[in-house]
Design a protein around this ligand. Structure first.
Ligand code: NAP
Length: 247
């Protein structure tokens, strides 16, 4: 499949879960992929898998919350691949606890990775996208950024912040043919959610009309649509992919 032939994609938090599914999907569809993650070894495996399949991919070990690292990385990606067409801001973490018990450092860390990370990568690619008069940015938010969740005030705030950032940036760059959209996944089966206790998983299932958790590939499908030419007039939008959990 070649719908993204000659396109260069940057995927953050790409070595596992939703990020990995998106990186594999983009590569399957012809894009070259810059694989971004904090841990080198896991990401190396993914890059090997893509290149073994005759795809093009390079690994960049970066912490998305560190502005200098991100700026340097985007410069390196543009040197290696010539441009950035697609940016998928996917890296995210949780540090859950009730607000009364939440440590300040867990608030700061979640906001730094989940929200500042999106600012860092978006800011770093936007000039080059504007010059090329083409760009697609997709930010991975969350259903809890829209509905809140007890025990996740830091995470929900970061994901709601991502939605505000998405809409503001979409307005700033629309005239340069750059679209900025968000996906709000519901409960998706990944290492992030595998760690939850069975009792919590059962409670989630109860409130999901489709009575199952989503697969990472089901997020990758929605992202592929937003990156495609079919979505060229969609910007500042949030697509819910949640089995009906929030309508
Ligand atoms: P995951 O399995 O935990 O994968 C996230 C990846 O991001 C990991 O490889 C992680 O590396 C990496 N990462 C963490 N901090 C980073 C940093 N500072 N810089 C660069 N990479 C970093 O998570 P997932 O479930 O696939 O989630 C992907 C995105 O979807 C996240 O933004 C998440 O909030 C969002 N989301 C997930 C769900 C869900 O149900 N799974 C629902 C809604 C939204 P380490 O493993 O080394 O930390």
């Amino acid at each position: 499949m070649t719908q993204f032939k000659d396109r260069v994609a940057v995927v953050t938090g790409a070595s596992q879960g939703i990020g990995k599914a998106m990186a594999l999907d983009l590569s399957k569809n012809g894009a070259a992929v810059a694989v971004i993650d904090v841990q080198k070894d896991k990401a190396e495996e993914l890059v090997r898998k893509i290149t073994d399949n005759t795809g093009k991919a390079s690994l960049y070990a970066v912490d998305v919350s560190q502005t200098d690292q991100v700026d340097r990385t985007v410069e390196d990606i543009i040197k290696e691949f010539g441009k950035v067409d697609f940016l998928i801001n996917n890296a995210g973490i949780t540090r859950d606890s009730l607000m009364m018990r939440m440590r300040e450092k867990d608030w700061d860390l979640v906001l730094a990775v989940n929200l500042k990370g999106v600012f860092n990568f978006s800011k770093a690619v936007i000039r080059s996208m504007a010059r090329n008069r083409f760009g697609r940015i997709v930010n991975i938010s969350s259903v809890v950024g829209l509905m809140g969740n007890a025990g996740q005030s830091n995470y929900s705030a970061s994901k709601a912040g991502v939605l505000g950032l998405t809409k503001s940036l979409a307005r700033e760059v629309a005239s340069r043919n750059i679209t900025v959209n968000a996906i709000a996944p519901g409960y998706i089966q990944t290492p992030m959610t595998e760690a939850l206790p069975e009792s919590v998983k059962e409670k989630f299932i109860e409130i999901i009309p489709m009575k199952r958790f989503g697969k990472p590939e089901e997020i990758a499908n929605a992202v592929r649509f937003l990156l495609s030419d079919e979505a060229s007039y969609i910007t500042g939008e949030v697509i819910n992919v949640n089995g009906g959990m929030l309508m």
